[in-house]
Design a protein around this ligand. Structure first.
Ligand code: SF4
Length: 346
């Protein structure tokens, strides 16, 4: 199954074609770490403004360790999967305690930090420190399944282990970072998912076994995604003279600790929603219906409907607040799930 060396052609292509990205201009271990965590669930173009703002406000690990958690959530607002940034802060605090505020130049030590798995540790070690290590993400799995024309299920740990061995067989010990980045870049720009890969622009097409066999579109093999649970949500956008009614979500679970408009995880009528609000707020008046919206989480899909309401600016129970536009912008991180409703709260 040996494949001729891929690194020379791959690295030559990478040097000529790599995208200019902010974290590539100053690839410190911290910058690589932040960018890789952001890019786990977000496209590069969407992540760049977040990355620049994050690094400007939190330029090093001690600053991240000391950041107020609500401010941290605000910096992450829109990126989703907030447990990532909470884990980053825990890891930063551990790094300050155990390693003097600098990420350790050691693969095993990196993997022991909260939120840093095999892939992120490999990326930080190889790109940030120049340590030979694999960094195998979905892009790299796809590229190797095609290069080797291999039809094993890429979601199986045994397949990942086998592909990781192949990745390391080809990795030049003196260029682990550029090699790993080049593989990811090839997957992102040329060996594309969900459609025809651009084999005529691929520096490895002369070696690629899937191209020779015409099986590129059949690879990689992975099981069909499971259907998501549909969750009806009834939403209340309640306005008073003091602003919009928001409340903090529980400290654990989905969107933990973030802020949201009042909602119920069931389908209510307008009268039922009004009566629930009246349980803690006097003088509620119901208004127009809200547009419907959908938000897809990893395992669940919210189907949102609801109404505008008005109410006097009375004192609120603990965990609730009236938020004017400025407070919504700067103080209360509303998750992306409410993207459709945020512009209505002005
Ligand atoms: S030749 Fe095509 S399928 Fe093979 S690695 Fe290149 S882009 Fe992917």
């Amino acid at each position: 199954m040996t494949l001729s060396p891929i690194a020379p052609a791959l690295l030559e292509w990478f040097n000529a074609n790599k995208r200019i990205l902010p974290f590539r201009q100053d690839p410190t271990p911290y910058h690589i770490w932040v960018s890789e965590i952001m890019l786990q669930q977000t496209r590069v173009s969407a992540a760049i403004p977040y990355y620049l703002r994050f690094i400007e406000e939190l330029p090093d690990i001690p600053a991240l360790a000391a950041c107020d958690p609500q401010r941290l959530n605000k910096l992450w607002e829109g990126l989703g999967y907030y447990s990532r940034v909470r884990n980053m802060q825990k890891a930063a605090q551990q790094v300050c305690r155990d390693y003097g505020g600098q990420l350790p130049a050691d693969l095993k030590a990196l993997k022991s930090l909260p939120g840093i798995g095999d892939y992120t540790a490999g990326a930080v070690a190889s790109i940030g420190f120049g340590i030979p290590a694999p960094a195998v993400d979905g892009n790299v799995l796809r590229v190797f399944s095609r290069l080797y024309n291999d039809d094993r299920d890429i979601t199986l740990p045994s397949t990942k282990t086998a592909y990781t061995d192949w990745v390391m067989e080809h990795q030049p010990p003196d260029k682990p970072g550029p090699y790993n980045e080049a593989l990811m870049e090839l997957g992102a720009l040329v060996c594309l998912p969900g459609g025809e890969p651009l084999c005529n622009r691929c520096p490895l097409s002369h070696l690629c076994r899937a191209k020779a066999a015409g099986t590129q579109l059949d690879l990689p093999v992975k099981p069909a995604p499971k259907a998501k649970k549909l969750q009806p949500i009834t939403l209340a956008l309640v306005k008073s003279e003091a602003g919009w009614l928001v409340r903090q979500r529980p400290r654990k679970g989905l969107l933990a600790g973030l802020w949201e408009p009042v909602l119920w995880e069931e389908r209510l009528t307008k009268e039922e929603a009004k009566s629930r609000l009246e349980g803690f707020l006097a003088g509620v008046e119901a208004g127009e219906p809200l547009p419907a919206a959908r938000h897809i989480f990893t395992h669940i899909q919210w189907e949102m409907e609801g109404w505008f309401f008005t109410a006097p600016a009375l004192p609120l129970p603990e965990g609730y607040a009236w938020a004017d536009r400025q407070a919504l912008e700067s103080l209360y991180p509303l998750p992306n799930a409410f993207k459709k409703y945020k512009p209505l709260m002005d």
